[in-house]
Write a protein that binds this ligand. Structure first.
Ligand code: 26W
Length: 808
């Protein structure tokens, strides 16, 4: 490793050679690029060796296919993982540079919407750090998730052109490009041996060009790969025809439409955007990934009949579920296996993770669209469906009536979850409750058919990024108390339990939180101009905006507190700062209304002299991974208040718990597992249970209007929305009012209101005893080890992938 002086030297050399500049003339971007290049140099060898080691030892490989990888920035975590972070930061400081502003030069790689994409990124980190031969495969979108601006309280979306400046971490591998075909006609001919050969006529050819991003393991010399595919025009078509103007324009159009395939990430989280381009993206990803897997496998001398012995593929939600027919196609049409052989291998290789039970998010594609865009794939899906339904009819006579609900093709649609379940050997949910709901309700018919396929893998987060990297203060205090073993064995954080009565430890951890809050308060001041009280409760809700996540319940509570203070200005209320971060899908009207409401409530509450600094409402624009890294270490209270049964797991809940925030939450997703670990005295639980929610949905019995008429607090809030109290002449919230009352409050905001308010009062009382609060906070960090994605990945590896770590 390097001394600070050596690193300084290295950096100055790099700057001179790469940028032709002395450090004095270099701006932060120049310095950033020089540092990135040093990191690249120091990992290249390990990267090569890791690949060679996997090949030489003929290791079993796992490929994680996902339409989303929400990686955020890589500089700090790469530096940390290769052991260079401190030396680099010191060297920068000695050269008179601010390390943070250098690292901040990196544009977030926002190639994901939210939880599902961030989970994929945490998994890559854990696979590399645990020495699993695991790789990611995704799309290199030219535009990531939109950048959010707020104008007069309204969300406006701007394109996120994250590749504007060259991306420091990617390497283009043009010579490993693959061909993908869309449309056209399929013709079949019998070969001499009687097998069928399929040829395509008039199909559009697209080139899939891989870009590799290194995934650096934590101080273990392992560097795995995230391979992102970019769509380009095939070389033989790349020449622009000069013979006629119309052909020239036609050619440009064609090029444009090909490049669109990896053009942008669809910004919809949990609702289906059934557009042809999205289906093209899915097939593009799946076909390039699977062709690539087979090519690597064969290059290493593997026999195709043994593919499943050396390969596992995890499909992240149904988005890549065309992997089922694509693997069948390649095994049969290219490798000449029989249907039966191909099917055995396909189902043995593939495994599917479900991330949501929201019905509007379940993917279905119109038969016509699939048939016309992917004719050969459609033939295979059809055959899978026929064989599956025939099997049901003959082998499961008791389930004949269920066939319409099980069939992969039904109502002129291809049901992707059904395809994924039938074509995989494993189906998993992402938290205990979620998996139970899949088994008992949403996928009960499939569970009865294939009980052995269903299993749970409770989500996790990488504690290296989400504690060690983003909260150095707390990490140091923890290490001082229990030693550094927790870094490689996060469950060892439980050693902190012993410190929950140690005054010095509590004091130190409390001071770190205070320091982090100060830093966040400065960021808030800088970005919003709002001055917040650093001694107030930092009450945080950061996640995508969705009705089921109930940001509305949070705002109703804020309005309620505001009303109380207005009625009784001398009320003794523990000061609070409510912090929101949330992007709404561009077409999601109600979500955008809720963002607008937060802003209008904020502008009234924050300006009111009666309120002073007892309540402040802050909405931080453009919530993304980098912003999360700044908010989470400073959170006191973590809002996890979804309608019970709706949040599959949640992962922000785990990040905040690990950083010592207390959770106020419903018995939903992984909140339940958090509660089971910390115990009921270290968490604030409220609201309907998932059974109660289901009962109301099934049997009725809830009437939102009754609550409007009987609960004065609720009536007052809703009337304030209707009466324009939080708006102006042009801005009103009548739609929210009618939506709640006339659609009978589908997410039980009013129903859970009282219980939420009462529980928030308990929070307030608890916060008045700082020592007690700090004790609870430490208990949360102490029990958070289970939620390291290292634990999750070990479970996937041993139960689903049958993988053991690679020995060095
Ligand atoms: C087709 C449109 C679409 C897009 C995204 C449908 C569904 C999705 C995802 C499944 C939404 C998602 O991110 N789900 C979240 O996954 C996290 C990781 O497992 C969980 O922690 C969250 O609870 C779940 O909402």
């Amino acid at each position: 490793m390097y001394t600070t002086t050596e690193f300084q030297q290295l950096l100055e050399d790099k700057l001179r050679r790469k940028r032709g500049k002395e450090i004095k003339e270099a701006d932060d971007k120049d310095v950033y690029e020089a540092v990135a290049s040093i990191v690249q140099d120091s990992i290249t060898e390990d990267w090569l060796e890791t690949r060679q080691r996997y090949e030489k030892r003929n290791e079993r490989q796992i490929y994680y296919i996902s339409m989303e990888f929400l990686i955020g920035r890589l500089m700090e975590s790469n530096l940390m993982n290769c052991g260079l972070l401190d030396v680099c930061s010191d060297a920068l400081r000695q050269l008179g540079r601010d390390p943070e502003s250098v690292y901040n030069q990196e544009h977030d790689a926002g190639l994901g919407n939210g939880g599902l994409g961030r989970l994929a990124a945490c998994f890559l980190d854990s696979m590399a750090s645990l020495k699993y031969a695991g790789h990611g495969s995704g799309i290199r979108y030219r535009y990531g998730l939109f950048e959010q601006r707020i104008i007069h309280g309204n969300q406006v979306e701007l394109p996120d052109y994250w590749l504007k400046e060259a991306y420091a971490w990617e390497t283009r591998k043009a010579n490993e490009s693959l061909k993908i075909y869309f449309g056209g006609e399929v013709h079949s001919h019998a070969r001499a041996d009687g097998s069928l050969e399929f040829t395509y006529k008039h199909a559009d050819e697209v080139l899939a060009v891989p870009y590799d991003v290194p995934i650096v393991g934590y101080r273990n010399n392992v560097v795995n790969t995230l391979r992102l595919w970019s769509a380009e025009l095939p070389e033989h078509e790349a020449e622009i025809p000069g013979d006629s103007e119309s052909r020239y324009y036609h050619h440009l159009d064609h090029m444009h439409s090909v490049e669109q395939i990896s053009g942008f990430l669809y910004p919809d989280d949990s609702s289906l955007e059934g557009r042809e381009l999205r289906l093209k993206q899915q097939y593009f990803l799946v076909s390039s990934t699977i062709q690539n897997i087979l090519r690597e496998y064969k290059a290493n001398g593997g026999s195709i009949r043994e593919l499943h012995k050396k390969t596992a593929i995890q499909i992240n939600d149904t988005h890549p579920s065309l992997a089922v027919p694509e693997l069948m196609r390649l095994l049969m049409d290219e490798e000449r296996l029989s249907w039966e052989e191909a099917w055995k291998i396909t189902t043995a290789v593939l495994a599917y993770t479900n991330h949501t039970t929201l019905s509007e998010a379940l993917e279905k594609w119109p038969v016509d669209l699939v048939q016309q865009l992917l004719p050969r794939i459609f033939m295979i899906i059809n055959e899978i469906n026929e064989r599956f339904c025939r099997g049901l009819w003959f082998d499961h006579p008791d389930m004949r009536l269920d066939i319409p609900h099980l069939a992969i093709i039904a109502d002129d649609q291809v049901h992707m979850a059904r395809l994924a379940i039938v074509g995989s050997h494993s189906v998993n949910g992402v938290a205990h409750l979620h998996t139970e709901i899949l088994k008992k309700r949403e996928m009960n018919r499939f569970y009865r058919l294939y009980p052995e396929k269903f299993n749970n893998k409770t989500n996790g987060i990488t504690h290296r990024r989400w504690l060690l990297q983003v909260n150095r203060g707390l990490a140091d205090v923890v290490t001082e108390a229990i030693g550094p073993q927790w870094i490689s064995q996060p469950q060892k954080l439980s050693g902190l339990v012993r410190y929950s009565n140690d005054a010095a430890f509590l004091e130190a951890a409390g001071q770190v939180k205070q320091e982090n809050k100060k830093v966040l308060a400065e960021l808030i001041q800088k970005r919003t101009g709002i001055h917040v009280n650093e001694n107030s409760i930092f009450d945080v809700q950061i996640k995508r905006l969705h009705e089921y996540k109930r940001q509305l319940l949070n705002i109703f509570h804020i309005i309620h507190l505001y009303n109380e203070l207005k009625d009784n200005p001398s009320l003794d209320l523990t000061p609070r700062t409510f912090i929101f971060g949330a992007k709404a899908a561009p077409g999601y009207y109600m979500a955008k209304e809720i963002i607008k409401l937060v802003h209008h409530v904020a502008s009234i509450v924050n300006e009111d002299p009666v309120i002073g600094d007892r309540l402040k409402v802050v909405f931080l624009e453009n919530y993304n991974v980098s912003l999360a890294e700044k908010i989470i270490p400073a959170a006191d209270l973590s809002e996890q208040i979804s309608t019970a049964s709706k949040e599959a797991s949640g992962t922000g809940n785990m990040k905040m718990m690990m950083n010592g925030a207390l959770t106020i939450g419903t018995l939903d997703g992984a909140n339940i597992e958090i509660k089971d670990l910390v115990g009921p005295s270290n968490i604030f639980i409220f609201g309907l249970s998932s059974e109660e929610v289901h009962r109301y949905y099934a049997e009725g019995g809830y009437n939102a209007k009754d609550l409007y008429h009987t609960d004065e607090r609720i009536r007052r809030i809703l009337d304030q929305l209707h009466g324009g109290e939080f708006g102006s002449q042009e801005i009103e919230f009548k739609d929210l009012f009618y939506h709640i009352l006339y659609h009978n409050d589908p997410y039980f905001v009013l129903k859970d209101f009282d219980s939420y308010v009462v529980t928030q009062e308990l929070v307030e009382q608890a916060y008045r005893d700082p020592r007690h609060w700090q004790k609870m906070s430490v208990a949360n960090t102490a029990y958070s080890g289970k939620f390291s994605s290292d634990r999750t990945i070990h479970e996937y590896a041993s139960d689903i992938w049958k993988l053991t770590p690679v020995r060095s």
